[in-house]
Design a binder for this molecule. Sequence first.
Ligand code: PLP
Length: 469
Amino acid sequence: MRETDAITAMPMRTDRIEWEERLLADEGLLRHIADKIKGPFHVIYPDQVVENIRAFQKVFANSEVKGRIYYGKKANKSACVVAACAEAGVGIDVASVDELTTAEAGGIRGPDLMVTGPHKSDELLTRAAKAGALIAVDSLGELARLSELSRRADSNAPARIVMRVLPPNSCSRFGMTAEELDAALPRAEAMLVRLEGFSFHLGGYEAAPRAELARALVERCLDAREAGHPADTISIGGGFSVNYVGAAAWNAFSRSVNAHWFQGGRIPRGESYPYHCPAPGPEMLKNILSHSNLGNILREKHIRLAIEPGRALLDRAGSTVFRVQGRKTRVAHGLPYDILTVDGTSFSLSEQWFDSEYLPDPVLWPERAGAETPTCVGGASCLESDMLSWRRIPLPRAAEVDDLLVYPNTAGYQMDSNESRFHGLPIPPKIVLRDKKDGRQFTWAREKDPHEPEICQHCSSTHPALHPS
Ligand SMILES: Cc1ncc(COP(=O)(O)O)c(C=O)c1O
């Protein structure tokens, strides 16, 4: 045991998959991109998204249950993820007018959109109904409003809906109670809507409660059919887990975690994501279908299972790269450790803003041997709490200015959920990596951010209108 072990967190290294290994082993590419971008950046490898989708599709195909996949768009805003969904033939789950617009612009057809979210705006409901999207109705009030909006829009096609269910024993603010659902059914008959089924989203990452609730909703579908509705879809939302690290690392970390590992003793108080999962993503879908005989019942009753995975479709599809801007050596409990400042902020690692800690260890690049150094990582802002890693990570050597820190597996929720132009710092761009024909090297391109104002060619400001072109 080394002396510094007392103040150093257990390692949480991830196994690398092929494209990540290739990127980290490439001697020039990361440095070349970092020099061009001159700030932090996210890399995304959309072929991995397609591969993840295919794995879910295969589970549906093997089980012979009709399935429908909608990517939960909130998990990552990148246009290349939308394009990957279009390429793989899946739909998108959106919750705002902007998400709906960007999904359609990326090649997703209206009927392949699922629209979720509570008490949606009139604009979103109208656009969704017009596009022929499937709308998850959250309340009786919303149901009445949607029908009225469709009537006013003189729509001759009824709006396609599922009714969102408040799970039993849940105090969620989403969905309708059993009594509200009972009341909704006869009302829907008189309205300009087509009831295609029921939906829910559960917290946590367990297969069994999803299967059990889906199974209970089969009865609701059959009742709705008797009342003349098609009711052939049950949507079980997202929450398909991701396996970030191996069981041994996760168990050792969870067993021993203590305040001595963290900068300022700040042990995270929020609930931690379960970073190890023995049956992630598609395996979890398989388990849902086999639990409570769900798959057989869905087949027998001709009911389609819709899923809305966000994180699981982005598993291993991206990393986030920061440049080390400075280093301090400090002492905790009589032992030395390093605090790095990188050229971005923890807004690009959103887990840090949920009183939790993003646990997969970053790779210190270039990779070379040295003396293991306990290191925590701070952002370039004036906020004390702007820490990318509160824990002291056992980096394999002391980091130096201009080294890169590559945080792995960040495409699902980490990259852009919380980013802002704090201090006027630019939002880190997304760098899209694709294979060259040789299958070994990458081409890369900076994705245009549709939300960023154009930079003026004359003065590099964001006010091009002030200059003659
Ligand atoms: C209705 C709904 N669908 C899908 C998702 C996506 O969940 P995940 O990214 O964990 O798969 C969420 C997440 O909150 C949700 O609320």
